[in-house]
Design a protein around this ligand. Sequence first.
Ligand code: ADP
Ligand code: MG
Ligand code: ZN
Length: 619
Amino acid sequence: MNKRWRNAGLYVLLVVVVIALATAFFEQPRIEIESWRYSRFINEVENGSIEKVVISADRSQARFSDPTGPDSAGKDRRIVVNLPSDPGLVDILTDNSVDIEVQRQAEENRLLQVLSTLLIPILLLVVLFFVLRRAQNGPGSQAMNFGKSKARVQMEPQTQVTFGDVAGIDQAKLELTEVVDFLKNADRFTAVGAKIPKGVLLVGPPGTGKTLLAKAVAGEAGVPFFSISGSEFVEMFVGVGASRVRDLFEQAKNNAPCIVFIDEIDAVGRQRGAGLGGGNDEREQTLNQLLTEMDGFEGNTGIIIIAATNRPDVLDAALLRPGRFDRQVVVDRPDYSGRLEILKVHSRGKTFSKDVDLEKIARRTPGFTGADLSNLLNEAAILAARRNLTEISMDEVNDAIDRVLAGPEKKDRVMSEKRKSLVAYHEAGHALVGALMPDYDPVQKISIIPRGQAGGLTWFTPSEERLESGLYSRSYLKNQMAVALGGRLAEEIVFGDEEVTTGASNDLQQVARVARQMVTRFGMSEKLGPVALGRQQGNPFLGRDIATERDFSEETAAVIDAEVRSLVDVAYSRAQQVLVDNRGVLDQLASMLVDKETVDSDELQRLLIENNVSMASIA
Ligand code: ADP
Ligand code: MG
Ligand code: ZN
């Protein structure tokens, strides 16, 4: 569309809309209209308090003036009643000597008719107007006003969200209460010379409540909330993103103390200069600007930046350095009790029938995020309304679960009991072998909440010393292989060889990799001795694995294979011994997992102590 014409069109539209709205406003009846129920109407007729009614041409409505007289301001009040098709009505009216007037079709509700015929075109025009305006701000006209579109930064003076609205992610909430404290009492921290953190990175899958949490921080601290999405920084024209960043911080500084929320920060914050596709100048400039701004504001200006991502692994290391996003808060999918809390939050204001049991719903929905759960209850309420019910019953909830699960990716999140128990044994296997191996990292948390490809996950806390030195002992690596095999082994021991699943393929790859590295790179094989075999070339443009050059004979290759095999076999039998010897504990841990979905280090420790298991028993 030609631009001049589009502008002219816009003005015409605007004028039409204004005229239409003005007409509607001035012609609106100045009389108050109230509507009554039919039963009240009949009562009043029978009391003899109504003298005259006007009935619409189609016999669907009766109008009359309020029998209690005009209101306090002296204005006449009109009453409207919707009439059922009741053939006895005329008799009732004449029996009570009410004067009846039937309106002619033409004059009936003329005003309302005019308005309602106007309404749809007006709405269309308004929508069109906004669409065109947006189009005008789009890339086509961007060249004219580089980065000036402040509209992309959204500001909420008061978010009205509190921590009470966020449920089931208590750990994350706890870590953020500190931030609220910083914002509220900045002076106290400044007084003792403490530097307030600038950036907090919220890490977690979509729908787990990251945006909600950031809003709650702003709400609790009573400060404004600025938000922008990382993808909006990245525009066609070089320089726009960077100037948007400048813009954003300009506005934030004028409104400090405040929260700046950057959603999807990975869109701008990816590692610079990596990957095969060549760099993206625009993105790098934007990122550099962001880093500059974060370093720029000195001391405690009261601006705290909260960013969200579900890909912390791809972020540029510069973003995570001290003074930038140096705090990370994990916002994970809620476990059973978390889901129950979230369901409680979102069932506020909804009417449920007695058969609805939130605990049952929470049980049925492992892997659901907060957004899924809120969506689920809302769908159930909509279904109930459609079915003309006054309460939401379990039928609606069940149908809603099916709806929310419509996507194929989500379907397999609802685990059958069998699969749940299989995953629980698998993870319990990893955890138990890990916990009982001397010289291995302590278990931090075990979870059977599905995530991505993995059915569950067991986290170990690496010791500080190991993290710092990056050195691993031979016994540590041996244990690592046993731990990785523990998952598959537990499946075998409990369900039999035939029932093992493909769920362990990652584990097996890890075992193979560790064993091969021990033999060929770390010189930890007795037969081959301390030699490094195969030149390792770190060529970033080909995957590092592809670039290994072979510099040994066929015979050596055969010995390597045999050594790898024997390392794996030893690890296998060690893990097997641990699990068979402690079958009782394995069963208890698995059933804890089935029940609660997550088990933390304290709970595991307690279980081990109760069962008198200690590391010494298996050396
Ligand atoms: P994210 O930013 O992590 O993708 P959002 O914060 O946008 O997720 O969540 C979307 C909606 O889902 C929220 O507005 C809220 O209604 C609901 N929700 C998500 N997580 C929670 C939670 N932990 N507690 C209560 N409601 C939640
Ligand atoms: Mg979000
Ligand atoms: Zn595993």
